[in-house]
Structures are given as C-alpha cells and as structure tokens.
Write a protein of this length. Structure first.
Lengths: 335, 418
C-alpha cells in the first residue's frame, strides 16, 4: 500500500465531472448529449472547430462557450449575431449561470444543462408497465394469421359458390395489406416522435382491433337472433365500434407520444366519437324518402334460436304500433 | 224464277253493303258527340296528355277515363282540361266526378255543343256482335274502328269487356257503340294486336246516377277516390278471406297458391353450376291493379315463395345467404315521395302452425288518401338445416284491418307437411 496515494486530496465530483449539456429537439426530447470537461470549456457554434457543432443556420460559427467558473457552470456569449437567451425569455444575455435544468436558447436550438448529481426518478418495476404484454414479439405472429383466418371464414360464409383458393386468398389479402399499411404509418409516427419504429407492436394493436370488431359484430348478430333483439344490434354495434376505435387510437398513440396517458385517452376518445358523429351525420344526410322498406334483420340456423318467438296473432298486433309511428312521421313531414 | 234470282242476288250483296252503310252512317251520326280531351299545363298551355270522351247529356256531361284526367286530380293547380270538337271548336271542361275503380271520369262543359247526347245501351251485346269504337288514336284525328264483342273477362276483379279490335293510345275514354249507335262500353286499355278492353256501360250509368247537384268541389274528389278504394279493397279482401286460402305444395311446404282467378302464378327453378345452392320459385300477382296516377297503382296483391336448398353448402352458409336475401328483398311496390310515406318496419321470431319464422312486417300510408296502406310481409322458415322457404307478400291500397288480416292468414297458412 502506498500511503501517499491515500493522503492525496479528493477533488469534489462536481468539479471533476461538471455535468452534461443536452441538445433538445422541438418536442423537448433529447437529441444529443455531451459531457462537460472540468478543465476545458465547451465551444458551441456552426464552425467545425467547435466541441458541439450545431447545424442551425441562426447560430453563429462561434456562438458561445460553456465553462466552469467559481460560481459554477456558465454560458458566455461570444459576441454572436443572434445572441443568448433563457428558454422562453426575450432578454438577451452575455453570460448566464447554469443551474440544474436551465434551458438556454441560441438561434433555434435549445440546450439544457444537467449536473452529474442530477437525481433521476426511481426505476420502474418491470411488471408495472401496462403495455408490456403488447410488445411480445410472438403476438403479431399469432394475431396476423388469426385475422387472416377470420377474414377467410367470413368470406367463405358470405358466398354460396364452390370454394376457389385464389378468390379466398385475394379476399384475405386485402385486410392484411390494410393492417400492414396502417401499422407502417403508425410506426413512422413512432419513429418521428418516440424514436423507435415498433412496427410489431402497431401490427399487434391493429390486428386486435380488427379481430375484435369482427368478433363483436358476429357475437351481436348471433345474440340478436337468438334472443329476438334485432333492434338492439345496430346501436350496440355502433357503441362497441366506437369503443374499439378509441382503444385502437389510444394504443397507437401511447407508442408515439410522451404526453400523459390521460390526455392520450381523452384525445383517442374524442377522435373515435368524432368518427361516430360523422357516420351518424351521413345517415342523417341520406334521402329521407325511400320507396323500399328499410329494416335490419338477422337470420341464423335454427339451432341458435333460443327465444321461441311470439304467436303470429301477437306479431300482427304490432301493426297498430307501426301505424302510430307512421302517423307521427307523416305529421312531422307535414310540419 | 227471274224474280227469285234477283232476290237471291240482292240477299248475297246485301250484308257487305249494309255493313258499309252502317259504319259510314254511324260515324256521320255520332262524330259530333265524340271529342278529344286534352290535359293542358296551365303555365305553358301546352298538351300534357290527350284522350277521348263522349257526350252523354244535353247539359254538356262528357264521359272519359279517369287515367286521362288523373294529372288534374292530383295537381288541380297545375293542369286544366279542354275539349276539342270534330269541327275544331274547343272549350274548357270541369271535372265533376270519377270512378277510380273502373277508370271513368265525368266531365262537363257550359258551352253549347252541336252533337247529340249518345244513348247508353240497355242490354249487353251478344258474343260475336260487331261493335264500333270511336276515338282519337295518337292524335291523328277522329277514327272509327270495327271490332267484335268477346264477352266479359272472367279472370278479373273488375268488369271488363274483351273487344277484338285495334284500340290505340289516345282512344282512351272514347265510346264503343253497337250497330244502333248506343254506347256499350268505354275504351280503356289495349293488350296489343287487336286486343282491346272496354269498361261496360253499366258503370257509366251508375256514375251518372250518382251525379250530385251542385257538383262537389275539387278537393272532395280525393275523398271520393279514397272512399271508392276503401270500399273496393273491403270487397275483394272479404272475398279472398271468406274461405281458407287456396294452397299449393312447394317441396314439402304448404304455401298460399293461386288465391283467386284474378291472380296469375308462375314458377321456375334455378341452379347455377358454380353455386352450391338450388332455388325453386313460385310467384303470383293480381292482374288488374287500379291506376291512381303516374307511377302509382293500388289494389295490387303480389307474393312469391322461394325455396332455397343447400347442396353441400352447409347450414351456416345457407342461413347467411338467406339473411342477405331477407335483408335485401325486393318489395315490388314503387312509390313517389309526394304520395306515400316511408315504410315503418318491425321484425321478430314468429310461431306459426308447427313452424317458426323470422318475419318482417312493413307498413306505409298514403299522404292524401287517409286510412289506406301498403303492407309488406317477409318471412323465412326456421325448421330445417338444409333448406329455407323465403316468402314475400305485398299488398297495396288496403285498410289497416286488412293489412293485418290478410298477411296473418297468409303466414298462418304456411305449413311443413312432410
């Protein structure tokens, strides 16, 4: 052991490692980090002899210098054309002392200072991340074939012709292509705002929504028939569709934006309701007169008939009610 | 001997000569009593439709067809009536009354007319009797057409004379005379090639007998039409429902068949080689709907049974296909927004006689003819996994009570008999 080494005075950590300068993008996300050197100032500008080179046309070739002084870390304007400012301030400074989290502005670039002892939030427990299960890589591998299978089944159910594989394949390809494109667009948005593509997650979300909507429709269709509740099917379908739409948007948005979850949920809900309103408006805008009857009806195999139905005499007793509805409609149209 | 020969010769030459004189004399004697009837658009004073009519009284009463003047009944503010006599004189006409069931209209003019009132024949003609029809075909001028009386149509709800002679558009409302010059019928329709139809003159007599003094205002005509339609549908519905509905068998089902001699039925079956489904169909329709106006008829009874059988299709696909057929069924009844309301519909599971159905019932009203309705019933059977009977019934212009009675009897008569 060498006692001399032990006796050597230890420099304070702040002096040795003064901290980090962060270059922020438009959304306040960190685009680049640079560690400050205790002994040499950090030069910032457009010129290539700087320590931090900024491609901002409003920044001077030698714009400012960040250095350690007796009063801490400070930024010094090097007589630049456009000056040095605090984040949202209009007051030009020649020198600014940087405390933790101080954001300075030069040209259109923002720099943030954080000292080395800056305290970071506690580590999140792995299980508490709610979206984690969505990110499992095997999910899209399971869900995409499931969606394809469901689409093929629906197509098969819709036709009365002999099965032709090419036709079936074509019918199945369309929704898969749609998922691929849709997820691609969201992945692009993720890359722009969240810095990761996450294509698989977006495929998972889109597949779940598509499959969910299809299954919901099927379920309501069969329930409507089984329990003789045709009238309830369309409103429930609209409600379920809106909820699924909102969940779909929320899921995608969560992977694209750092905004709080509550605000994301709110905007997803609003967007989905907006779509619902638009669809309803389209219904209202159609020609109010129709020479053909308009109705919604379900017909399923006899095995699914749970409600035994009403005697025909009672069924035809509904005519006076229909007539009352007509009278109302006629009175309204007369007004 | 010479005298006898002369008489024989005379007898031989007599019929054609007599006939020639007949037609000429008839035309000369009656031409001033027959007019062209024009419906004019008020603002442009141009012809909207033309027909014929004939004088039946010294007070200027003229008989024509309802369908000639129908536009005026629906839009009195937009149209007016005018007669044009054989000598070119013209004048305004007033619409007094209509018989919408038999397609007749009673008109009147105040202007003195040169023709004499035509006499109405008291006796119907004999089968094979020669008749002479007058009118103005295709606006070509007054024409006389010779034809033969072939009795009344038996497959019709309404009396109609079968006249073998060329009646053409524009002759509607003109008289058909016997050889004495008395009116036996009113030209009303053509079935093409020498096939003409006339309204028997007894209905003209009834319309004249109902003549009210003073004449009812125009708005009451709609009321008259509504009353006539209501009474008429009551008559034929009672007739149809007096006994159990006639039935036919369709692949194991008993279904309503030809319900009356005024209803015609056709059948066919289809199987597309690419499809796994087979269809057997029977459709029936009443033959003489009542003309109310352009694109609006009343009194129609139409129904169709379609049996769909799966050929290796499977139950789920069969029922899915039928669901779509039921959702997009053709209800046959057209309609214009200013005449009828929208349909109000209700659907449900129905217990029939040993058979369950999924059924839709739709009703709509007439905007100007109160208490008259169109009704549509659609039903699909739910008794077998491999076949479905889809039946469609449409009635136009019936009372609310008959809109319930007839479809109910119709649905209840459907049975599974195998």
């Amino acid at each position: 052991m060498d006692p001399l080494v032990l006796a050597r005075p230890v420099e304070p950590a702040t002096a040795l490692r003064p901290g980090v300068i962060e270059v922020l993008d438009r959304n306040g996300q960190v685009a680049q980090r640079l560690r400050l050197d205790a002994h040499a100032p950090l030069c910032v500008g457009r010129a290539y002899d700087n320590d931090l080179i900024l491609d901002d046309p409003y920044v001077s070739p030698h714009h400012l210098r960040i250095e350690a002084g007796p009063d801490g870390i400070s930024a010094v304007d090097l007589d630049s054309d456009n000056g040095l400012y605090l984040d949202d301030d209009e007051q030009r400074h020649t020198r600014l002392v940087l405390a933790a989290d101080t954001v300075i502005r030069l040209g259109e670039t923002r720099l943030r200072y954080r000292p080395s002892d800056y305290s970071v939030p506690p580590t999140l427990a792995a299980v508490s991340q709610p979206q984690r299960w969505l990110e499992r890589p095997w999910l899209p591998l399971l869900l995409v074939p499931a969606t394809a299978g469901f689409t093929a089944l629906t197509h098969l159910l819709e036709s009365v012709e002999r099965l032709r594989p090419a036709k079936l394949l074509l019918a199945t390809a369309a929704p898969l292509l749609l998922i691929a494109l849709w997820a691609g667009l969201w992945a692009l948005a993720s890359r722009l705002f969240g810095h990761r593509f996450r294509y698989g997650v977006h495929v998972t979300i889109a597949s779940i929504a598509l499959l969910g909507a299809g299954l919901l429709e099927l379920l309501l269709d069969y329930l409507g028939f089984a329990l003789d509740l045709d009238g309830l099917e369309l409103p429930l379908q609209a409600l379920g569709g809106t909820l699924i739409g909102a969940a779909l948007l929320y899921g995608h948005l969560c992977y694209c934006s750092q905004v709080s979850r509550r605000r994301l949920a709110l905007s997803a809900g609003l967007l989905a309701s907006g779509v619902l309103a638009l669809v309803s408006l389209q219904q209202l805008a159609r020609d109010p007169f129709s020479a053909a009857p308009r109705y919604h009806i379900t017909l399923k195999p006899p095995a699914f008939q749970l409600h035994q139905g009403e005697p025909s005499a009672e069924f035809f007793q509904r005519l006076p009610q229909l007539q009352q509805r007509l009278q109302q409609a006629l009175a309204e149209s007369a007004e | 001997m010479r005298t006898l020969f002369a008489i024989l010769l005379l007898l031989l030459t007599l019929p054609p000569t007599a006939q020639a004189i007949d037609t000429e004399a008839l035309f000369a004697a009656r031409k001033d009593s027959v007019f062209q009837i024009r419906v004019l658009e008020r603002s442009s004073a141009s012809k909207s439709s033309i027909g014929s009519g004939f004088l039946v009284s010294r007070q200027g009463h003229i008989i024509s067809n309802y369908h000639v003047v129908a536009a005026l009944v629906h839009k009195p503010e937009r149209y007016q009536l005018e007669y044009v006599a054989q000598d070119g004189r013209r004048g305004p006409l007033q619409l007094l009354d209509v018989d919408v069931i038999h397609d007749l209209a009673l008109l009147r003019t105040d202007a003195p007319l040169s023709g004499a009132a035509l006499e109405l024949a008291a006796q119907p003609p004999l089968q094979g009797e020669r008749l002479y029809s007058l009118g103005n075909p295709h606006d070509l001028g007054l024409t006389i057409v010779e034809g033969i009386y072939n009795g009344l149509l038996d497959k019709s709800l309404y009396d109609k004379i079968h006249f073998t002679g060329a009646i053409n558009p524009g002759m509607s409302g003109g008289p058909t005379l016997n050889r004495n010059g008395a009116v036996v019928g009113v030209n009303v329709a053509t079935g093409g090639n020498q096939l003409g139809f006339l309204v028997p003159v007894t209905h003209v007599a009834r319309l004249l007998g109902d003549l009210q003094q003073p004449p009812p205002p125009a708005e009451q005509l709609t009321r008259r039409i509504r009353d006539q339609l209501l009474a008429n549908q009551e008559r034929y519905m009672d007739r149809l429902l007096a006994a159990p509905l006639a039935s036919a068998e369709l692949e194991g089902y008993r279904v309503p068949g030809q319900l009356g001699d005024f209803i015609n039925c056709w059948g066919d079956s289809q199987r597309h080689p690419e499809q796994l489904i087979e269809r057997v169909q029977q459709s029936c329709s009443s033959q003489d709907d009542i003309f109310l106006g352009e694109k609006q008829n009343s009194g129609a009874i139409r129904y169709r049974h379609e049996l769909y059988r799966s050929l290796e299709l499977g139950t789920a696909r069969l029922y899915r296909y039928l669901e779509q057929r039921l959702q997009n069924a053709d209800a046959w009844l057209g309609g214009e927004r200013d005449r009828v309301s929208n349909f109000a519909c209700d659907s449900g599971l129905v217990q029939g006689d040993g058979l369950s159905f999924k059924a839709v019932l739709c009703l709509r009203g007439y905007k100007k003819l109160a208490d008259l309705y169109d009704v549509v019933l659609l039903a699909a059977t739910l008794n077998r996994d491999d076949q479905v009977l889809l039946t469609t019934l449409a009635l136009s212009g019936v009372s609310l009570d008959n809109a319930r009675r007839f479809p109910q009897a119709y649905l209840e008569s459907i049975r599974w008999i195998r």
